[in-house]
Design a protein around this ligand. Structure first.
Ligand code: ZN
Length: 202
């Protein structure tokens, strides 16, 4: 089915939540649910991941946001990510590692491995993304993860505001995520130039 090919990270929250709830019904016998219930992803998980020697390395990926390399205990992370995309990607990779240390990396699309837990790579990806987003929306958890891995605190929503208000350099608030290269940047911004300059472009 085509919908199986939809990657978790491209879904809005309502759609993702609905799909994961349906997976819980359809695959209710899979051991993946008890593994998740018995091992909630929290600040202890972050301590365990760091103590086990996992490190983040950057790579100039074009489309990939992040990859977990179990043998190297390395998370390869796309450089120059910012804001929500950066943080939810980091959480997504950490969720893979957390459950990997408990026996199932929940390998998803793009991985050369297969989890063998009865769910396909797209379904695993949706579960990982579902846990990652819920966890990132918790200001305490967001603050803990960003500090632990030495990332720059960035405010872009209520959770990040609650996590980092007081820490942030508000000068940086003048640059918005939609102006970065991660977003389509061909929208004309009249405030950037005169109307004549704008006309020359078209
Ligand atoms: Zn993934």
């Amino acid at each position: 089915m085509i919908e199986d090919w939809v990657q978790g990270h491209s879904l809005d929250w309502e759609d993702l939540d609905c799909r994961v709830n349906r997976l819980m019904e359809v695959h209710k016998r899979s051991k993946v649910w008890s593994m998740i219930d018995d091992n909630p992803f929290g600040s202890d998980s972050i301590d365990d991941i760091c103590s086990a020697g996992w490190e983040i390395h950057y790579k100039e990926f074009r489309r990939t946001m992040g990859i977990v390399m179990p043998k190297l205990k390395s998370i390869l992370f796309k450089n120059n990510l910012n804001g929500y995309v950066r943080d939810v990607t980091l959480f997504h990779e950490l969720v893979h590692v957390h459950y990997g240390m408990r026996g199932d990396y929940l390998y998803d699309a793009g991985s050369e491995f297969y989890s063998g837990n009865g769910l396909n790579v797209y379904e695993n990806g949706q579960i990982v993304e579902w846990i990652a987003r819920k966890s990132r929306a918790n200001p305490e958890m967001l603050g803990y993860v960003i500090e632990k891995f030495g990332f720059e605190p960035q405010i872009y929503d209520r959770a990040s505001f609650l996590a980092f208000n007081g820490l942030i350099d508000f000068e940086k608030q003048l640059s918005f995520p939609f102006q970065s290269e991660e977003y389509p940047n061909d929208i004309p911004l009249f405030m950037d130039r005169t109307f004549e300059e704008f006309e020359e472009d078209f």
